[in-house]
Design a protein around this ligand. Structure first.
Ligand code: CP
Length: 311
């Protein structure tokens, strides 16, 4: 579909070539960031749910290249508290800004916002549904770690293992859909009841991707080139007792990594709670903090494309 003037709502809207275009641009921007790229452009960040990385890295991406930012990080301080609808909020903010980044607890909220907005809306996470800018930075990180793995004629499939809460974790839903364009093999390793939803697996399989369930984290560690860990999304569990049953069931430790391939790289969208032990941080496998840093060039690339400013 391309990017210029587009809303960024679901990773499913983008082709393999769109993704490669974004990754190429992010590489160029990372090497030589244009200081005035976003001069006279204003971004609004509307965050109805907590965030550290997504909001701050979008804001840093904009400001480092000469743009300005307005927004909020807490809906309680806005007129949503007085009952203003999301659609009306967007109809206001589109008049103040050139692009809107929205995070909202309801699935489908970003799509709704896009329907009423005349400026591009970027989905910064809608409920358990999608988080496309996170997916672009995940892909960028994997591409840097395994150069050419997303090339058109790559022979050797990359094995990507997803582990943790695959039911409520939106980042894994987006990433599985994106990886389905490429030559990968996917392993899914989740506590009982938190498996990857069937419709996401079916979509990937229809694209020709092998998706295999793996019961034990140790098996995923042993087979994977990339291990993508996720936090249990406590806030999305309908029943706290259900959460208590599964918490602490999946924990990656340095000891477990002694069975990994030497080149295994561990990613995590963060924040982590206790699913990755601190002793993993100092192993050569840990890449999650560098992954978060990649949010800057990737979001600069995304903003420049939707604003029609690509250098
Ligand atoms: N990865 C991510 O979305 O982090 P935040 O919730 O801190 O934005």
């Amino acid at each position: 579909m391309g990017f210029a003037g587009q809303h960024i709502i679901s990773i499913g809207d983008f082709s393999a070539e769109d993704i490669r275009e974004l990754l190429r641009l992010a590489h160029r921007i990372e090497q030589d960031p244009p200081p005035d790229l976003f001069r006279n452009r204003l971004m609004a960040t509307l965050f109805f749910e907590p965030s550290t990385r997504t909001r701050l890295s979008f804001e840093a991406a904009m400001q480092k290249c000469g743009g300005t930012v307005i927004g909020f990080s807490e809906a309680a301080m806005t007129s949503a508290r007085k009952g203003e609808s999301l659609a009306d909020t967007i109809r206001m903010v589109e008049q103040y800004s050139d692009v809107i980044v929205l995070r909202h607890p309801r699935d489908g909220s970003a799509r709704l916002a896009a329907e009423v907005s005349s400026v591009p809306v970027i989905n910064g996470g809608d409920g358990a549904n999608q988080h496309p800018s996170q997916t672009f930075l995940d892909l960028y990180t994997i591409d840097k770690l395994f150069p050419n793995c997303f090339a058109e004629h790559e022979d050797q499939p990359l094995t990507v293992a997803f582990a943790g809460d695959l039911r409520y974790g939106r980042t894994v839903h987006s990433l599985l859909a994106a990886l389905s364009h490429f030559h990968v093999r996917v392993l899914c390793c989740a506590p009982h009841g938190l498996e990857m939803p069937d419709h996401h697996v079916r979509l990937a399989q229809q694209q020709g991707i092998e998706v295999q369930e793996v019961e034990h984290l140790a098996d995923a560690v042993a087979q994977a080139d990339v291990l993508y860990m996720t936090r249990l999304q406590e806030e999305r569990f309908p029943d706290p007792i259900e959460f208590d049953h599964v918490k602490n069931t999946y924990r990656l430790t340095a000891q477990l990594l002694t069975h990994a391939k030497p080149h295994l790289r561990v990613l995590h969208p963060l924040p982590r709670v206790n699913e990755i032990a601190r002793d993993v941080d100092t192993t050569p496998h840990a890449c999650y903090f560098a992954q978060a840093g990649n949010g800057i060039p990737v979001r600069q690339a995304l903003l420049s494309l939707v604003l029609g400013l690509a250098p």
